[in-house]
Design a protein around this ligand. Sequence first.
Ligand code: ATP
Ligand code: BTN
Length: 240
Amino acid sequence: LCGQAIVFDEIGSTNEYLLTHHQTLENGSVCLAEKQTAGRGRRGRTWYSPESENLYFSILWHYPKDAANLPPLSLVVALIIAESLTKQNVDNIQIKWPNDIYYNGKKMGGILLESQANHKGLDLVIGIGLNLDMTKVDEKIVTQAWADLSQYHFDRNKLVCHLAYELQKNLKIYSLVGFSHYAQRWQKFDIFYNKPVKLITENTEIHGTSLGINELGELILQQDQVIQYFSIGEMSLRGD
Ligand code: ATP
Ligand code: BTN
């Protein structure tokens, strides 16, 4: 592993911590917390983060200016987590484009990528929340079907070390070779492959059939006979 590991009993958000301290921490540093009081998801939503056996952690990654294209990185992070859990005998792990991890058809984890510019490129903060134990749930925050992996009794320390190691290794590979190296592997976990979906953007809803992703990590959507590609942005995909 490279970088430092910074562990808190309680913190606002592990992403926020790394975004604040990115200039003084080594590349690859990992921030972990037992509990987050302001855990966040995409678009300012709250990530439910009580003290429990769940995992809340973030990795700092210096991303050079001339590195391969950035947007599909959340797909790579989701893929590495899905492959790692599958290797540890969790079956039925799936990925919902662009950044959610599902277990038995319900959301089990999420990824939040944030960044700060620096003079050499970008300091990326990759935040990961995995529900290993959701015995208590606040249903005002967790509003849709969710899942946890409590039945697997993971050793959290081992799991997070393994994930951090795999992620660091693949962050290096990705900045050199880009997404094409991962596209085929990703398809295997696609929750909506060949299924009817709706894609919700800020002001529209597009209905179609999901045909997976292309080599750029864009979603391929078929509407009647027309094929459209959508790059990762502020949009949500749902079953239809
Ligand atoms: P998208 O990211 O595509 O817009 P989403 O429905 O997954 O879709 P998010 O804001 O990313 O929305 O995630 C919040 C949803 O994730 C909640 O409604 C809940 O169903 C699910 N979830 C699962 N575990 C948690 C958790 N620990 N904290 C909060 N939400 C959780
Ligand atoms: C999502 O699905 O919307 C993304 C959820 C990301 C949650 C993790 S928990 C660790 C890190 N710190 C945060 O505040 N958020 C991410």
